[in-house]
Design a binder for this molecule. Structure first.
Ligand SMILES: [Zn+2]
Ligand SMILES: [Zn+2]
Length: 356
């Protein structure tokens, strides 16, 4: 049984709690379409990653079995602690390059596509990151860290990051020096100049301090959340693909293989021949993407998300009894469902034009 099955109800309760606390404090932290889109992206990513993740885990298992240098005692707490710290170090580099290399940014951008920042934003996980994610953990495999330990510390590292996606928790004193916290991760999601390419840590912020990518949250200029090239869509599948479309357009424009490779590996913010230069960001001029949400549309959207979540739990509960073909067909069906639902019900072309 996937631990995510048990995590889903906990996530839902914590999101409801955050909504209630924000409401009592008179803060506007959630908006309907954004929240539904975040949840839909999370559901799609679970369907895809439950299967796609098998590729990385399989390769990891082969490498550690054949070339693993050391034997690790899984009954010793130090094994787990060491593995967690090493995993987090590899995560730092995976995450950093996911921001600094065009083709990797295409997979990660979905996590940053929300212009809100709340616990539901944490669930905006990539559906394509599994293609390259495993490569960054090969040092752990070569050290012989068992696949079971790799998978569990990976889940710990990921689940830890859920709670930091909130605006309701301020700075946390000395913990800001050691851990990824709501404050320093808010900076990571900001599109202000001082936020770009900062605070890549997953569990520990010490890596950012060591490698010079740390920035503190500024009270005089709070982060404005989102991405410089805004998504402007509520479609969970397009949210995963829109930057790939942009990279492929860049590839098509680049003459010769050298330039095509350069386009894949370039920094996402760099200006290339035929592309627009980086945008100058003015926080006060920023307008959030918003479209009308009439009651019927809102209820249909919410029902769609609730149904998708229910089907995900059904999938996670029974999938171990099904063949790979059956699981793949189920997951593919859900992707098509979300592609259609996103296009028909929550897409601005139907619900109205975006502001700004
Ligand atoms: Zn990121
Ligand atoms: Zn995040």
């Amino acid at each position: 049984m996937s631990p995510i099955f048990y995590a889903i109800p906990v996530f839902v309760v914590l999101i409801a709690l955050e909504m209630a606390i924000a409401h009592r404090r008179g803060l506007r932290v959630y908006s309907l379409q954004d929240t539904l889109t975040s949840l839909n992206i999370g559901v799609v990513s679970q369907f895809v990653n439950t299967l796609g993740g098998l590729i990385g885990v399989g390769i990891y298992a082969i490498v550690t079995e054949r070339w693993g240098a050391f034997t690790w005692d899984t009954s010793h707490p130090m094994t787990w602690l060491t593995a967690l710290v090493l995993y987090d170090f590899c995560y730092y580099w995976f995450h950093r390059l996911s921001h600094e290399v065009n083709i990797l940014w295409a997979a990660h951008v979905v996590h940053h596509s929300s212009e809100e920042y709340n616990l539901s934003t944490a669930l905006r996980q990539s559906s394509t990151g599994f293609l390259t994610h495993w490569m960054f953990y090969m040092p752990l495999a070569l050290l012989g860290i068992p696949v079971k330990v790799f998978v569990i510390v990976g889940l710990v590292d990921l689940v830890y990051q859920f709670w930091v996606h909130t605006r309701l928790v301020g700075r946390l004193g000395w913990l800001e020096w050691v851990l990824v916290t709501p404050s320093n991760h808010r900076v990571h999601h900001g599109q202000n100049d001082y936020c770009i390419d900062r605070n890549y840590g997953g569990l520990l912020i010490v890596w950012d301090r060591l490698f010079g990518t740390m920035a503190d949250e500024r009270d005089d200029e709070p982060p404005v959340y989102g991405i410089r090239k805004p998504l402007h869509s509520w479609n969970p599948v397009w949210a995963n693909l829109h930057q790939y479309a942009s990279v492929f357009r860049q590839l098509a424009r680049s003459p010769g293989w050298g330039q095509k490779l350069g386009a894949l590996l370039a920094s996402p913010g760099s200006a290339r021949p035929g592309t627009t230069p980086p945008v100058v960001f003015a926080p006060s001029a920023f307008q959030r993407f918003a479209t009308p949400a009439p009651l019927g549309m809102a209820m249909l959207g919410a029902a769609c998300t609730a149904m998708g979540t229910g089907l995900l739990m059904h999938f996670l509960w029974f999938q171990s009894q099904w063949s790979l073909g059956e699981r793949s067909a189920y997951a593919a069906g859900m992707v098509v469902f979300y592609l259609t639902a996103g296009a028909l019900w929550l897409h601005p072309r139907v619900t109205g034009q975006p502001k700004g």
